[in-house]
Design a protein around this ligand. Structure first.
Ligand code: LLP
Length: 422
């Protein structure tokens, strides 16, 4: 459920018409609904607790939407943060997430990032290789810390999602294979700088089927038993994120309740603190990208090009993953046509949809792409010397610009011509 709906023929976010936001902030603009974020955060937590998972540690995967105000909303719901860079860690801390609730994931943590995270007192490092574990152990020992860690396992399952966002197959760069994990775990557990306390996994994103997760959790259950048999104390298991959302009619992502029940079933008897890293399922449907039609150009075979002022640099998912985002007029007339939706960037990849039946929009009309709250603004670039799109948060009848538009002139100011060219 979300809070994007038509009132008197105009699309509103909660009680604010998108026409007002577009008039005052301009387009393109990302718009988020606070009530939707809160609802999703609560539904996810309740799904776990209802299934009998006591006191789950839920760390929002900041990469999905790192906006400070969004993080503040989720921190208010008691969410921790899953971070993959010092930049993300600093955002989490700035939003008021307690350091102990921050989990540091990622395959390439630098030594500087390890130092910063240790000094900040974050709760857990998810280690992805023996090399990384040894480096962290040395740094921690030198600085007088003992880092709480889990080892990320690559369970070699096919998450049945886009190849670019699959992370749990043996050929992916993430984690350690089940065959090598026990020996590496034992070697890392012997290092004084580390407190090895469990394992982690994350097999991929936008999962529309729970089976691969359940298979992976089964493999992790066996590993936990093996590690315990070898004398290790396993107290924490981080099950990652990955739950998909509906982008398109016909998508049937599992409800968080089904996920909760599956987790409870798969982890029965583990007797550990379960940890979660949801991203998309919390914020995906809580945001839209509002855009304006620049003009409509005739195309071949009577299918026109609707050229909008948002482009692949603002919303990269269609170009990167062939992702579908529903497109709707902000003030739909009921008239429909078949069109190609494209942005102004100079490559054919800057295409949001081909030959899709959509609201019949005309030059100057406002429209929106749905389900842009996750992996939207955060993946924007300035390609073609375009600016960065602002972000707006709505709560009931209020709204605020929570990230300013960065105009191309500001980006140009950070560039310098060396004196030998001046
Ligand atoms: N934990 C780890 C270690 C991750 O790598 C990710 C996502 C998550 C949690 C959160 O996954 P989620 O619950 O959001 O599925 N840019 C892509 C998605 C990349 C996901 C990367 N890792 C997209 O736009 O679809």
């Amino acid at each position: 459920m979300d809070h994007f709906h038509l009132i008197d023929g105009v699309m509103h976010v909660e009680n604010v018409p998108l026409t007002t936001i577009a008039d005052e902030v301009g387009s393109p603009v990302y718009v988020y609904s606070q009530a939707t974020l809160v609802r999703h955060a609560q539904v996810f937590r309740e799904a776990l607790t209802k299934a009998g998972i006591e006191n789950p540690h839920i760390a929002f995967a900041i990469k999905a939407n790192p906006n400070l105000a969004v993080l503040k909303v989720l921190a208010g719901e008691g969410y921790g943060a899953d971070v993959v860079s010092a930049g993300e860690m600093n955002r989490a801390l700035a939003a008021g997430v307690p350091a102990k609730d921050v989990v540091f994931s990622g395959v390439g943590k630098s030594a500087d990032e390890m130092v910063a995270a240790l000094k900040a007192g974050i709760g857990q490092f998810n280690i992805e290789s023996e090399e990384e574990g040894r480096e962290l152990a040395t740094i921690a020992e030198t600085l007088g810390y003992r880092a709480d860690c889990v080892l990320r396992i690559n369970p070699d399952v096919d998450a049945q999602t886009n190849a670019k966002i699959s992370t749990g197959k043996a050929e992916n760069k993430f984690g350690l294979g089940l065959h090598q994990a026990p020996a590496i775990y034992a070697r890392l557990a012997a290092l004084p700088g580390l407190n090895m306390r469990g394992v982690a996994l994350h097999i991929g994103s936008q999962l529309l089927n729970l089976e691969p997760l359940e298979t992976a959790f089964g493999k992790i259950g066996k590993l936990i038993a093996d590690l315990r048999n070898s004398g290790h104390s396993i107290t924490h298991v981080d099950l990652g994120g990955g739950l998909g959302v509906r982008y398109k009619e016909g998508d049937h992502p599992p409800h968080p309740d089904e996920y909760g029940e599956m987790v409870a079933r798969a982890t029965k008897g583990w007797n550990v603190q379960l940890m979660f890293e949801p991203g998309r399922v919390i914020c995906g449907n809580a945001g839209v990208l509002v855009t304006k039609v620049i003009r409509v150009k005739p195309g071949s075979g009577n299918v026109p090009f609707v050229i909008v002022d948002a482009a692949m640099n603002d919303l990269a998912r269609p170009a990167l993953y062939d992702a579908w985002h529903d497109f709707e007029a902000v003030e739909p007339t009921g008239e429909r046509f078949t069109a190609n939706i494209v942005g102004p960037v100079c490559e054919t990849g800057d295409t949001f949809a081909m030959a899709r039946e959509i609201d019949a929009v005309r030059q100057g009309d406002l429209a929106l792409f749905r389900t842009c709250g996750a992996y939207g603004a955060t993946m924007a670039s300035t390609y073609n010397s375009r600016g960065l799109v602002p972000e707006v948060l709505v709560s009931e009848n209020r709204y605020a610009v929570v990230a300013e538009r960065i105009v191309p002139a500001t980006i140009l100011e950070a560039e310098h011509v060396p004196d030998w060219l001046a």
